[in-house]
Design a binder for this molecule. Structure first.
Ligand code: NAP
Length: 259
């Protein structure tokens, strides 16, 4: 299968990846997956110690080290320009550059427009959209300096589900897709692939459960490792490969073309 090579192979040896939102959930699985494929990984998020939800950047780094991989914990709040710049600088100081970004940090709010407090709306835009803008803008010069690389933003199939209503979360992710599709054109000449990646089905992460996600039938769920495998595949691209696309994890991997 196409994806098996991407997962088992060491396709990313010599590459440096920055994963924003990597303390738990999909981001943690992606960080572990990229390290398993040979990349040195900057594990970036805010949680340095256990908070309301399980998962810390240090715990994920320990997991990667225990498996023989290379990783660095970088405290990072994607809504703060200063914090993002410091996290990227720490990564470059440790690993010598950046080839891959996975902009995964996100917050969920699925309330209808009428009952959405301004603070919720703003938080979705700040983390999900401005956060992607800030981390992307900060890594681009470093990826350019490598002569090419890959940027991946994690979005959602909800962007297309207009029949299910509107909410701040889907709006913020729709804007990210427009940002990244345009950025693919801007960065083609720099040999940088730019793509969005969504889970094909729900990933039952800590954040998803905490935000009220109830029980789901098994057929509605995919494991976080599927997103990790898809991210590894996209991380290995440059502008000569897959770029300017919105991908679904299982479809990209050829696992579930009918969904
Ligand atoms: P999660 O379990 O809540 O994890 C979210 C991650 O984002 C955490 O590592 C969190 O770390 C980080 N984060 C949140 N705010 C941040 C900030 N201001 N600065 C830096 N990092 C921040 O969520 P998930 O389910 O894994 O979702 C990950 C991504 O996939 C999100 O973008 C989400 O929209 C997307 N997605 C998920 C699903 C799904 O089925 N789960 C479906 C479609 C799309 P700290 O709290 O430590 O900062």
């Amino acid at each position: 299968m196409q994806w098996a090579g991407a997962v088992r192979g060491r396709a990313l040896v010599g590459k440096v990846a920055f994963v924003a939102g990597a303390s738990r959930g999909i981001g943690a699985a992606v960080a572990v997956g990229l390290a398993g494929a040979g990349a040195a990984v900057a594990v970036a998020a805010r949680s340095e110690s256990r908070g309301r939800l399980p998962g810390t950047i240090h715990g994920v780094v320990e997991r990667i080290h225990a498996a023989g991989g290379d990783a660095l914990a970088v405290p990072c709040d994607v809504t703060s320009e200063e914090s993002v710049e410091a996290a990227v600088a720490a990564t470059v100081a440790e690993f010598g550059g950046i080839d891959v970004l996975v902009a995964n940090a996100g917050v969920l709010w699925l309330g209808p427009v009428e009952s959405t407090p301004l603070a919720r709306w703003q938080r979705c835009l700040d983390v999900n959209l401005t956060g992607v803008f800030l981390v992307t803008r900060a890594v681009i010069p470093h990826v350019r300096a490598r002569g090419g690389g890959s940027l991946v933003a994690v979005t959602t199939t909800g962007v297309g589900m207009t029949d299910r209503g509107a909410n701040a979360y889907w709006v913020s992710k729709a804007a990210v897709e427009r940002l990244y599709l345009g950025l693919a054109a801007e960065l083609r000449g720099a040999n940088i692939a730019v793509n969005c990646l969504c889970p094909n089905r729900v990933v039952r992460t800590e954040g998803w459960v905490a935000s009220g996600g109830g029980d789901l039938p098994p057929e509605a769920v995919e494991p976080p490792e599927t997103m990790a495998a898809a991210a590894v595949l996209l991380a290995g691209q440059d502008a000569g490969g897959i770029t300017g696309t919105v991908q679904r994890s299982e479809r990209l991997l050829g696992l579930s073309p009918s969904l």
